[in-house]
Ligand binder design. Structure first.
Ligand code: DP6
Length: 322
Protein backbone atom coordinates (compact mmCIF):
# COMPACT_ATOMS: atom_id res chain seq x y z
CA UNK A 1 0.00 0.00 0.00
CA UNK A 2 2.58 2.46 -1.07
CA UNK A 3 3.01 4.71 -4.09
CA UNK A 4 5.12 7.62 -5.34
CA UNK A 5 4.01 10.41 -7.64
CA UNK A 6 5.61 13.44 -9.22
CA UNK A 7 3.73 16.63 -10.10
CA UNK A 8 4.84 19.93 -11.55
CA UNK A 9 3.90 23.35 -10.29
CA UNK A 10 1.97 25.43 -12.79
CA UNK A 11 1.99 29.09 -13.71
CA UNK A 12 -1.40 30.69 -14.23
CA UNK A 13 -1.75 32.85 -17.35
CA UNK A 14 -5.27 33.73 -16.19
CA UNK A 15 -5.42 33.66 -12.40
CA UNK A 16 -7.59 32.12 -9.75
CA UNK A 17 -8.04 34.79 -7.07
CA UNK A 18 -11.32 34.66 -5.18
CA UNK A 19 -13.56 31.71 -4.38
CA UNK A 20 -17.26 31.14 -4.85
CA UNK A 21 -17.11 28.43 -2.19
CA UNK A 22 -14.13 28.47 0.18
CA UNK A 23 -14.63 24.99 1.68
CA UNK A 24 -14.91 23.33 -1.71
CA UNK A 25 -12.39 25.68 -3.33
CA UNK A 26 -14.73 26.54 -6.18
CA UNK A 27 -13.30 29.61 -7.93
CA UNK A 28 -15.11 32.68 -9.21
CA UNK A 29 -13.66 32.30 -12.70
CA UNK A 30 -12.05 29.86 -15.14
CA UNK A 31 -8.26 29.98 -15.13
CA UNK A 32 -5.60 28.99 -17.66
CA UNK A 33 -2.12 27.68 -16.88
CA UNK A 34 0.99 25.89 -18.07
CA UNK A 35 2.70 23.08 -16.16
CA UNK A 36 6.37 23.72 -15.39
CA UNK A 37 9.00 21.09 -16.18
CA UNK A 38 11.60 22.12 -13.60
CA UNK A 39 9.64 22.96 -10.46
CA UNK A 40 8.00 19.92 -9.02
CA UNK A 41 7.16 17.87 -5.95
CA UNK A 42 7.80 14.19 -5.51
CA UNK A 43 5.63 12.53 -2.91
CA UNK A 44 5.68 9.01 -1.44
CA UNK A 45 2.84 7.63 0.64
CA UNK A 46 2.72 4.44 2.62
CA UNK A 47 -0.30 3.16 4.56
CA UNK A 48 0.68 0.82 7.34
CA UNK A 49 -1.31 -0.93 10.07
CA UNK A 50 1.53 -0.38 12.57
CA UNK A 51 1.17 3.41 12.38
CA UNK A 52 -0.90 5.03 15.13
CA UNK A 53 -1.05 8.48 13.48
CA UNK A 54 -0.30 10.13 10.16
CA UNK A 55 3.23 11.51 9.80
CA UNK A 56 3.91 14.07 7.08
CA UNK A 57 7.41 15.23 6.18
CA UNK A 58 8.01 17.97 3.62
CA UNK A 59 11.55 18.84 2.57
CA UNK A 60 12.91 16.98 5.60
CA UNK A 61 10.66 18.74 8.14
CA UNK A 62 7.83 17.01 9.97
CA UNK A 63 4.70 19.12 9.55
CA UNK A 64 2.88 20.61 12.52
CA UNK A 65 -0.31 22.55 13.17
CA UNK A 66 -2.25 24.08 10.29
CA UNK A 67 -0.18 22.66 7.43
CA UNK A 68 -0.26 19.19 8.97
CA UNK A 69 -4.04 19.37 9.47
CA UNK A 70 -4.53 20.38 5.85
CA UNK A 71 -2.63 17.33 4.56
CA UNK A 72 -4.36 14.98 7.02
CA UNK A 73 -7.72 16.36 5.93
CA UNK A 74 -6.76 15.41 2.38
CA UNK A 75 -5.74 11.91 3.48
CA UNK A 76 -9.14 11.63 5.23
CA UNK A 77 -10.96 12.57 2.01
CA UNK A 78 -9.28 9.75 0.12
CA UNK A 79 -9.61 7.28 3.03
CA UNK A 80 -13.33 7.99 3.05
CA UNK A 81 -13.68 7.22 -0.67
CA UNK A 82 -11.60 4.04 -0.29
CA UNK A 83 -13.36 2.95 2.92
CA UNK A 84 -10.01 2.58 4.66
CA UNK A 85 -8.89 3.75 8.09
CA UNK A 86 -5.15 3.01 8.01
CA UNK A 87 -2.72 5.76 8.95
CA UNK A 88 -0.06 6.93 6.52
CA UNK A 89 3.51 8.07 6.29
CA UNK A 90 3.92 10.85 3.70
CA UNK A 91 7.29 12.08 2.49
CA UNK A 92 7.31 14.93 0.01
CA UNK A 93 10.19 16.88 -1.49
CA UNK A 94 10.11 20.04 -3.58
CA UNK A 95 13.01 21.05 -5.79
CA UNK A 96 12.29 24.77 -5.10
CA UNK A 97 11.60 27.01 -2.08
CA UNK A 98 8.15 26.52 -0.54
CA UNK A 99 5.63 29.39 -0.21
CA UNK A 100 7.37 31.97 -2.36
CA UNK A 101 4.95 32.24 -5.24
CA UNK A 102 6.17 29.19 -7.13
CA UNK A 103 2.93 27.35 -6.38
CA UNK A 104 4.19 24.68 -3.99
CA UNK A 105 0.67 23.83 -2.86
CA UNK A 106 -0.26 23.04 -6.47
CA UNK A 107 2.51 20.52 -7.10
CA UNK A 108 2.28 19.23 -3.51
CA UNK A 109 -1.44 18.45 -3.51
CA UNK A 110 -1.40 17.13 -7.09
CA UNK A 111 1.41 14.67 -6.27
CA UNK A 112 -0.21 13.77 -2.94
CA UNK A 113 -3.57 13.07 -4.60
CA UNK A 114 -2.02 10.73 -7.19
CA UNK A 115 0.13 8.88 -4.66
CA UNK A 116 -2.58 8.47 -2.00
CA UNK A 117 -5.28 7.27 -4.41
CA UNK A 118 -2.86 4.74 -5.92
CA UNK A 119 -1.66 3.53 -2.50
CA UNK A 120 -5.30 2.99 -1.50
CA UNK A 121 -5.85 1.11 -4.76
CA UNK A 122 -8.43 3.51 -6.16
CA UNK A 123 -8.53 3.85 -9.88
CA UNK A 124 -9.73 7.36 -10.70
CA UNK A 125 -10.08 9.21 -13.98
CA UNK A 126 -8.05 12.36 -14.69
CA UNK A 127 -11.19 14.42 -14.04
CA UNK A 128 -11.78 12.73 -10.66
CA UNK A 129 -8.14 13.24 -9.67
CA UNK A 130 -8.38 16.91 -10.64
CA UNK A 131 -11.53 17.38 -8.52
CA UNK A 132 -9.89 15.67 -5.56
CA UNK A 133 -6.64 17.66 -5.90
CA UNK A 134 -8.72 20.88 -6.03
CA UNK A 135 -10.16 20.15 -2.60
CA UNK A 136 -6.59 20.16 -1.19
CA UNK A 137 -5.50 23.33 -2.99
CA UNK A 138 -7.40 24.97 -5.83
CA UNK A 139 -4.48 25.46 -8.20
CA UNK A 140 -3.45 21.80 -7.70
CA UNK A 141 -6.30 20.69 -9.97
CA UNK A 142 -4.41 22.33 -12.88
CA UNK A 143 -1.27 20.27 -12.19
CA UNK A 144 -3.09 16.99 -12.94
CA UNK A 145 -3.63 17.24 -16.75
CA UNK A 146 -0.82 17.70 -19.31
CA UNK A 147 0.69 20.84 -20.76
CA UNK A 148 -1.53 23.90 -21.24
CA UNK A 149 -4.58 23.61 -19.01
CA UNK A 150 -7.95 25.20 -18.35
CA UNK A 151 -9.72 24.94 -15.00
CA UNK A 152 -13.46 25.18 -15.56
CA UNK A 153 -14.75 27.04 -12.52
CA UNK A 154 -18.12 25.27 -12.38
CA UNK A 155 -20.70 25.84 -9.68
CA UNK A 156 -20.55 22.46 -7.95
CA UNK A 157 -17.68 20.29 -6.77
CA UNK A 158 -18.27 17.78 -9.58
CA UNK A 159 -18.31 20.55 -12.16
CA UNK A 160 -15.06 22.25 -11.08
CA UNK A 161 -11.98 20.58 -12.61
CA UNK A 162 -9.13 21.10 -15.04
CA UNK A 163 -8.55 19.63 -18.48
CA UNK A 164 -5.74 19.84 -20.99
CA UNK A 165 -6.12 22.35 -23.83
CA UNK A 166 -2.85 21.42 -25.56
CA UNK A 167 -0.05 18.92 -24.88
CA UNK A 168 3.40 20.20 -23.75
CA UNK A 169 4.89 19.97 -27.25
CA UNK A 170 2.19 22.22 -28.74
CA UNK A 171 4.15 25.43 -28.26
CA UNK A 172 7.79 26.05 -27.30
CA UNK A 173 7.07 28.60 -24.60
CA UNK A 174 9.33 28.96 -21.58
CA UNK A 175 8.67 30.21 -18.08
CA UNK A 176 11.89 31.44 -16.53
CA UNK A 177 11.28 31.71 -12.80
CA UNK A 178 13.42 34.46 -11.32
CA UNK A 179 13.90 33.87 -7.62
CA UNK A 180 14.46 37.09 -5.67
CA UNK A 181 13.07 36.05 -2.29
CA UNK A 182 13.20 32.65 -0.65
CA UNK A 183 11.34 33.44 2.58
CA UNK A 184 7.90 31.93 3.05
CA UNK A 185 5.20 34.55 2.43
CA UNK A 186 3.48 36.17 5.42
CA UNK A 187 -0.06 35.91 4.08
CA UNK A 188 -0.99 32.56 2.51
CA UNK A 189 -2.92 32.34 -0.76
CA UNK A 190 -5.84 30.79 1.13
CA UNK A 191 -6.06 33.85 3.40
CA UNK A 192 -5.54 36.14 0.39
CA UNK A 193 -8.46 34.57 -1.47
CA UNK A 194 -10.70 35.13 1.54
CA UNK A 195 -10.10 38.89 1.61
CA UNK A 196 -10.00 39.42 -2.18
CA UNK A 197 -13.70 40.46 -2.32
CA UNK A 198 -12.96 43.50 -0.16
CA UNK A 199 -11.05 45.16 -3.01
CA UNK A 200 -12.86 47.88 -4.96
CA UNK A 201 -11.46 46.32 -8.12
CA UNK A 202 -12.55 42.75 -7.46
CA UNK A 203 -15.84 42.94 -9.38
CA UNK A 204 -14.27 45.01 -12.16
CA UNK A 205 -11.61 42.34 -12.79
CA UNK A 206 -14.26 39.61 -12.83
CA UNK A 207 -16.58 41.53 -15.12
CA UNK A 208 -13.96 41.27 -17.92
CA UNK A 209 -13.04 37.66 -17.22
CA UNK A 210 -15.17 35.78 -19.75
CA UNK A 211 -13.86 37.97 -22.56
CA UNK A 212 -10.28 37.60 -21.32
CA UNK A 213 -10.47 33.79 -21.20
CA UNK A 214 -11.94 33.74 -24.70
CA UNK A 215 -9.16 36.02 -25.98
CA UNK A 216 -6.31 34.03 -24.45
CA UNK A 217 -7.74 30.77 -25.77
CA UNK A 218 -7.80 32.32 -29.24
CA UNK A 219 -4.19 33.52 -28.85
CA UNK A 220 -3.22 29.97 -27.85
CA UNK A 221 -5.09 28.46 -30.79
CA UNK A 222 -3.39 30.89 -33.20
CA UNK A 223 -0.02 30.53 -31.43
CA UNK A 224 -0.01 34.35 -31.27
CA UNK A 225 2.75 34.95 -28.73
CA UNK A 226 2.46 38.74 -28.66
CA UNK A 227 -1.25 38.59 -27.88
CA UNK A 228 -0.71 35.86 -25.29
CA UNK A 229 2.02 37.85 -23.54
CA UNK A 230 -0.03 41.04 -23.53
CA UNK A 231 -2.97 39.27 -21.87
CA UNK A 232 -0.79 37.41 -19.35
CA UNK A 233 0.96 40.56 -18.20
CA UNK A 234 -2.21 42.66 -17.90
CA UNK A 235 -3.89 39.86 -15.94
CA UNK A 236 -1.01 39.59 -13.45
CA UNK A 237 -1.11 43.35 -12.85
CA UNK A 238 -4.90 43.22 -12.42
CA UNK A 239 -4.65 40.46 -9.83
CA UNK A 240 -1.95 42.29 -7.89
CA UNK A 241 -4.03 45.48 -8.03
CA UNK A 242 -6.82 43.51 -6.32
CA UNK A 243 -4.34 42.17 -3.77
CA UNK A 244 -2.89 45.60 -3.01
CA UNK A 245 -6.33 47.16 -2.58
CA UNK A 246 -7.96 44.49 -0.45
CA UNK A 247 -8.37 44.77 3.31
CA UNK A 248 -5.82 44.09 4.64
CA UNK A 249 -3.75 45.22 1.68
CA UNK A 250 -1.45 42.49 0.41
CA UNK A 251 1.93 43.50 -1.01
CA UNK A 252 3.76 40.44 -2.23
CA UNK A 253 6.39 42.40 -4.22
CA UNK A 254 9.94 43.21 -3.14
CA UNK A 255 12.06 46.08 -4.54
CA UNK A 256 13.82 43.48 -6.73
CA UNK A 257 10.45 42.43 -8.17
CA UNK A 258 9.86 45.98 -9.44
CA UNK A 259 13.44 46.18 -10.73
CA UNK A 260 12.90 43.05 -12.84
CA UNK A 261 9.50 44.20 -14.12
CA UNK A 262 11.03 47.50 -15.22
CA UNK A 263 13.93 45.69 -16.89
CA UNK A 264 11.53 43.42 -18.79
CA UNK A 265 9.61 46.44 -20.10
CA UNK A 266 12.89 48.10 -21.13
CA UNK A 267 14.25 44.98 -22.91
CA UNK A 268 10.95 44.58 -24.71
CA UNK A 269 11.16 48.17 -25.97
CA UNK A 270 14.63 47.29 -27.24
CA UNK A 271 13.21 44.43 -29.33
CA UNK A 272 13.45 41.31 -27.13
CA UNK A 273 9.98 39.79 -26.83
CA UNK A 274 9.28 38.73 -23.25
CA UNK A 275 6.50 39.21 -20.71
CA UNK A 276 6.07 38.79 -16.97
CA UNK A 277 3.60 37.31 -14.57
CA UNK A 278 3.60 36.74 -10.80
CA UNK A 279 1.65 34.60 -8.39
CA UNK A 280 1.23 35.38 -4.69
CA UNK A 281 4.90 36.06 -4.05
CA UNK A 282 7.84 38.27 -5.05
CA UNK A 283 9.38 35.97 -7.68
CA UNK A 284 8.88 36.92 -11.29
CA UNK A 285 7.91 34.45 -14.01
CA UNK A 286 9.35 35.56 -17.34
CA UNK A 287 7.45 34.20 -20.31
CA UNK A 288 9.37 33.98 -23.60
CA UNK A 289 9.80 31.77 -26.66
CA UNK A 290 12.34 28.91 -26.55
CA UNK A 291 14.56 30.58 -29.17
CA UNK A 292 15.14 33.57 -26.85
CA UNK A 293 16.02 31.71 -23.63
CA UNK A 294 19.82 32.17 -23.77
CA UNK A 295 19.46 35.92 -24.32
CA UNK A 296 16.84 36.35 -21.58
CA UNK A 297 19.01 34.40 -19.12
CA UNK A 298 22.03 36.55 -19.95
CA UNK A 299 20.03 39.75 -19.47
CA UNK A 300 18.48 38.55 -16.20
CA UNK A 301 21.83 37.61 -14.71
CA UNK A 302 22.85 41.27 -14.95
CA UNK A 303 20.01 42.43 -12.65
CA UNK A 304 20.88 43.02 -8.99
CA UNK A 305 19.06 40.85 -6.46
CA UNK A 306 18.47 37.84 -8.72
CA UNK A 307 19.24 34.80 -6.57
CA UNK A 308 18.39 31.97 -8.89
CA UNK A 309 16.89 31.34 -12.31
CA UNK A 310 14.85 28.22 -13.17
CA UNK A 311 14.06 27.63 -16.85
CA UNK A 312 10.88 25.66 -17.49
CA UNK A 313 9.37 24.09 -20.57
CA UNK A 314 5.71 23.09 -20.70
CA UNK A 315 5.39 19.83 -18.81
CA UNK A 316 3.20 16.76 -18.57
CA UNK A 317 0.78 16.57 -15.64
CA UNK A 318 1.03 14.52 -12.44
CA UNK A 319 2.42 10.99 -12.86
CA UNK A 320 2.97 7.91 -10.76
CA UNK A 321 6.62 6.92 -10.70
CA UNK A 322 8.72 4.04 -9.46
C1 DP6 B 1 -2.04 33.58 -7.00
O1 DP6 B 1 -4.33 27.40 -5.12
O2 DP6 B 1 -2.67 28.43 -3.57
O3 DP6 B 1 -1.25 31.37 -7.46
O4 DP6 B 1 -6.96 26.97 -3.07
O5 DP6 B 1 -6.45 28.33 -1.06
O6 DP6 B 1 -4.84 26.55 -1.84
P1 DP6 B 1 -5.88 27.59 -2.23
O7 DP6 B 1 -5.14 28.68 -3.12
P2 DP6 B 1 -4.01 28.51 -4.21
O8 DP6 B 1 -4.15 29.91 -4.97
C2 DP6 B 1 -3.33 30.20 -6.07
C3 DP6 B 1 -3.38 31.65 -6.35
C4 DP6 B 1 -2.42 32.15 -7.39
C5 DP6 B 1 -3.09 32.23 -8.75
C6 DP6 B 1 -3.24 30.94 -9.52
O9 DP6 B 1 -2.40 30.04 -9.40
O10 DP6 B 1 -4.21 30.86 -10.30
Amino acid sequence: MRATAKASANIAFIKYWGKRNADLRIPMNNSISMNLSNVYAQTSVEFNKNLTRDVVTIDGETLKDKENKRVIKHLDRVRKIAGNKLKAKVISNNNFPKGTGVASSASGFAALTCAVTKALELSLSEKELSILARLGSGSACRSIPDGFVEWKAGRTSKGSYAHSLYPPKYWDIRDIVVIVGEKEKKVSSTKGHSVSGSSLFFDTRLSKMREKVKEIKKAMKDRDFSKLGEIIEAEAINMHAVMMTSKPALFYWLPETVEIINSIIKWREQGLELYFTLDAGPNVHVICLGKNVARVKRYLSSVKGVKRIIVNKPSVGARLIG
